[in-house]
Design a protein around this ligand. Structure first.
Ligand SMILES: [Cu+2]
Length: 323
């Protein structure tokens, strides 16, 4: 497949022996290489957040609120750009070959194979590409799952069918004490209040089955396991105040889809006041009101089971699903 003059058939030699054809081919290859380089340079120039947002994140969720989420997002965008650069180059080669070597007569075109430099390139280039992608993936992953010794805030996330409890802890690990707690009920969505600009550790445990703690804006979710497994992850800080819906992302039973909570990100000062109010025995709603925040979740609402005699055992006389 790759050129080697000793392998070339006489007819092909005749064809390529013309100096005009060789010159044209070199110029064509030069143009193609220039086009490829120009395309790659253009893609590199367009790199950064703007490329991601113009292409809708290449399918990756946007609007992350932690440094870790930005790193994962950037890795995805860079990988897409690298894949596109390789793709554009390969597509260019394919179309160039289709046009340049289209059938002109009954003579076979130059048959090339055992070209060592080309074979070498075929082998080395993919290894290099995969190595670079692997390296950056390993760097970002290590960064995202890094655990520090003394995070500013530690929250124990307790999942159960089908709600959440968030325990504010005075230290790390199962031996630490809970100093304040937020418990979700069927009537009230649990609001997890956390501060901006402080490192936060999440320690997860489940009372029954496997759940998954997921705030889409963190661009990260981690399973919440029952038993002795205590899944832990950290974020170095939350960047923007606001209310963000949180969900269970592991199919855990009938009301899995309604197992929502709200992450409320406030300033560090407000967070301290919230925690102080909770420690003083105030309810979560009272403590939220005390710091000037909406006392109830604003991003989601408690679910209605819609389960009663009529809907659980529907028959013709009780067919109205709203009952
Ligand atoms: Cu669940």
């Amino acid at each position: 497949m790759v050129a080697r003059s000793s392998e070339v058939r006489p007819s092909a030699v005749r064809h390529s022996a013309s100096p005009g054809a060789g010159g044209r081919r070199r110029r064509g290859a030069g143009r193609l290489a220039g086009l490829g380089l120009g395309g790659a340079a253009l893609l590199v120039l367009l790199t950064g957040c703007s490329v991601g947002s113009s292409f809708d994140g290449f399918g990756w969720p946007q609007g992350g609120i932690s440094p870790e989420s930005h790193r994962m997002y950037d890795l995805w965008i860079a990988s897409c750009i690298a894949a596109l650069a390789v793709g554009v180059f390969v597509w260019g080669l394919i179309f160039w070959c289709v046009v340049r070597y289209r059938k002109r007569g009954n003579e076979l075109p130059v048959q090339t194979r055992y070209n060592l430099p080309m074979e070498f390139l075929y082998t080395i280039a993919p290894i290099l590409i995969v190595s670079v992608l692997f390296y950056y993936t390993a760097v970002v992953q290590t960064d995202v799952v890094r655990i520090t010794k003394n995070p500013d805030v530690t929250v124990e996330v307790v999942a159960f069918k089908w709600n959440w409890q968030f325990n504010y802890r005075d230290g790390q690990g199962p031996e630490a004490n809970t100093v304040a707690s937020v418990l979700g009920t069927s009537e009230v969505i649990p609001v997890l209040v956390l501060p901006t600009d402080r490192s936060i550790r999440f320690e997860e445990t489940s009372r029954d089955v496997i759940h998954s703690f997921w705030v889409p804006e963190l661009l990260f979710k981690r399973d919440v396991m029952p038993g002795n497994v205590r899944n832990v992850f950290e974020i170095s800080k939350l960047e923007s105040e606001g209310a963000y819906v949180g969900r269970c992302a592991e199919l855990c039973g009938s009301y899995h889809a309604f197992m929502n909570f709200e992450l409320r990100v406030v300033s560090p000062e407000k967070y301290d006041q919230f925690l102080a109010a909770k420690r003083d025995g105030k309810s979560t709603q009272e403590a939220l009101s005390a710091i000037g925040e909406d006392p109830y979740a604003t991003t989601t609402e408690p679910f209605k089971t819609r389960r009663n005699v009529a809907t659980f055992n529907p028959d013709k006389s009780h067919s109205d699903p709203r009952n």
